[in-house]
Design a protein around this ligand. Structure first.
Ligand SMILES: C[S@@+](CC[C@H](N)C(=O)[O-])C[C@H]1O[C@@H](n2cnc3c(N)ncnc32)[C@H](O)[C@@H]1O
Length: 311
C-alpha cells in the first residue's frame, strides 16, 4: 500500500496508475501530455495545508508589493492567496484541481472581505498559463517541482519570485532558504523549509559597450557563462583582460566590479544594470585616484549563449 509523504495519506489507485504512466512514457512531450491529461481528473499531490506561520514566512520571503500578481499552484483552501490579498493588498489567484476546495476558497475569500482581489480557477496547474505571475507559490512535491522547473525558467518573466514550501528544485540552488518550526507537523521532523528563487534572466554570451575614460572612448567586452543564476565572466577592456569581482545576477539585475590599469592609472568600476533581452541598461561608477564619477551604462549582446541547467 502506498503512503504519501504529506501526512502519510493513502495514495489512490488512480494516482498510482498515473505515476506508473509517467514512469513509462518515453518522450518529454508525451510525458507532459500524459501528466496533463491524467491530472485533470486526479490530484498529483494530496491536499495538505501550509500552517499559517509558514504562510507568513513564505509571503515575507516573496517581498510582496502592490504591483504584484501572485499565483498559488494547487491552492487548497486558498489560504496563501487570501493571506497575500488581506495582509499585503496583492492581487492573487489560486489554481486548484478540486472544485470543492475552489468553492471553499471562494467562500472564505468573501468571508474575509478580499473577494475583489482574488480569484480561484478550477484547473490543472500543469496546463495553466503562468506568465502573468510576478510571484509564484507552491506546496507540491519534489518530482512535481522538477517537472515544472523547465516551464518556470522559460515562461516566467526574469525577476519573478518563486517560493516553495518544503520542496526544492534539485540542482537549481535557492537564492534564500528559511527553516520554520512547526511543532505539530503531520510528517517528518517538526520544521518546514521555505525555499526562494528569482527567475534568472539569460545573460549568457558576449556583450559590448563603451565608456568615456580620461576623455577617450574605452571599449569593453564581457563573455558570460551561466548555470541557473550563477554567472561566470571574462572581461576585456581595450583588448586586455580585466579582473572581475562580485558578479551577481538577481532576476534581471546584473552587477559586478571591474578593476584595470588604464592610461597610467588603476581604474575601478562598479556596474549595475537591468537585463532586457539583448540589452543591459544601468549605471556605472568609475573611480580613479580617489575621485569617482557616475555614468549611464548601456551594453548590447553581440552573441547569445545558453542558460545551462545541468551541473
Ligand atoms: C499540498 S496541497 C497545498 C495547498 C495550499 N497551496 C497550501 O499550501 O496550503 C496541494 C494542492 O494541490 C492540489 N493539486 C494537486 N494536483 C494538482 C494539479 N495537477 N493541478 C492543480 N491542483 C492540484 C491538491 O488538490 C491540493 O489542494
Amino acid at each position: 500500500m502506498a503512503r504519501h509523504p504529506h501526512g502519510g495519506r493513502l495514495v489512490t489507485g488512480r494516482a498510482i496508475t498515473a505515476a506508473i504512466g509517467r514512469l513509462l512514457c518515453l518522450s518529454a512531450l508525451a510525458c507532459a501530455g500524459m501528466t496533463a491529461a491524467v491530472a485533470q481528473q486526479t490530484p498529483d499531490v494530496p491536499y495538505v495545508q501550509t500552517p499559517s506561520g509558514v504562510v507568513d514566512v513564505m509571503l515575507e520571503l516573496a517581498m510582496l508589493n502592490s504591483n504584484d500578481f501572485l499565483i498559488d499552484l494547487g491552492s487548497g483552501d486558498g489560504r496563501i492567496v487570501i493571506q497575500a490579498a488581506k495582509k499585503h493588498g496583492v492581487r492573487s489567484q489560486g489554481v486548484e484541481i478540486d472544485p470543492n476546495l475552489v468553492n471553499t476558497s471562494n467562500q472564505e475569500a468573501k468571508r474575509q472581505g478580499v473577494a475583489g482581489k482574488v480569484s480561484f480557477v478550477t484547473g490543472n496547474l500543469f496546463v495553466m498559463d503562468l506568465s502573468k505571475a510576478t510571484v509564484l507559490t507552491m506546496y507540491l512535491l519534489p518530482q512535481l517541482n522538477m517537472q515544472l522547473r523547465p516551464r518556470l525558467l522559460s515562461e516566467l518573466k526574469p525577476g519573478t519570485r518563486i517560493v516553495s514550501h518544503d520542496f526544492d528544485m534539485g540542482d537549481w540552488k535557492p537564492d534564500q532558504r528559511r527553516e520554520v518550526a512547526v511543532p505539530n507537523k503531520s510528517y517528518g521532523p517538526p520544521v518546514s523549509q521555505v525555499y526562494f528563487w528569482y527567475v534568472p534572466a539569460n545573460v549568457a554570451g558576449r556583450w559590448r559597450w563603451q565608456l568615456p575614460i580620461a576623455g577617450k572612448a574605452a571599449g569593453y567586452e564581457a563573455k558570460l557563462s551561466q548555470l541557473f543564476q550563477e554567472v561566470d565572466g571574462e572581461m576585456l577592456v581595450d583588448g586586455g583582460t580585466a579582473a572581475v569581482r562580485d558578479l551577481k545576477l538577481r532576476g534581471d539585475l546584473l552587477s559586478f566590479n571591474l578593476t584595470r590599469e588604464m592610461y597610467g592609472q588603476k581604474i575601478a568600476h562598479e556596474f549595475s544594470g537591468r537585463v532586457e533581452g539583448d540589452a543591459i541598461t544601468g549605471r556605472v561608477t568609475v573611480s580613479a585616484g580617489g575621485e569617482s564619477t557616475a555614468h549611464n551604462w548601456q551594453a548590447t549582446r553581440i552573441e547569445r549563449g545558453s542558460l545551462r541547467t545541468n551541473r
